[in-house]
Ligand binder design. Structure first.
Ligand code: ZN
Length: 139
């Protein structure tokens, strides 16, 4: 059973965002309930870098408030690796402050075939997470 279910529309939207943002890393938040994602909130990467991201803090807070108002929980943080693998970088591991939140990495190493992978990062360790794309519109 998948620990995180992503509606097809959200899955497509974050892959498109990653492609549109190339060659910079893009980032954002995914909210839902009980492992079922419902919405995504793109947040500007203020570093505008191909190898690192930092969320614009006001947009990040607005997204957190919006999901709370909708009764949703923060399930995952996503970001892209324009030239890197679908695996957390050393910086991602060092800066993973939310062990309960799943980290989604979208690799554009092969731009024609973006690859998404999900992880939990806890105390410097990376644990792959089972995830699935669902046809349901969300919650
Ligand atoms: Zn990364």
């Amino acid at each position: 059973m998948a620990e995180l279910s992503i509606p097809a529309a959200v899955y497509i939207a974050i892959l498109e965002a990653a492609t549109a943002g190339y060659p910079e890393e893009v980032c954002g938040l995914i909210a839902g309930k009980h492992g079922q994602a419902a919405r995504h909130y793109p947040v500007e990467n203020i570093r505008h870098s191909p190898v690192v991201f930092e969320m614009e803090p006001v947009q990040q807070v607005k997204a957190m408030v919006a999901m709370e108002e909708e009764g949703l929980d923060l399930l995952a943080i996503y970001h892209s690796h324009p030239g890197g693998p679908a695996w957390p970088s050393a910086i991602d591991v060092a800066k993973a402050y939310y062990p309960d939140v799943i980290q989604l990495v979208i690799s554009l190493e092969n731009q024609n075939h973006p690859r998404l992978a999900a992880f939990r990062i806890s105390e410097g360790q990376v644990w792959p997470v089972n995830w699935a794309v669902t046809s349901e519109p969300g919650i």
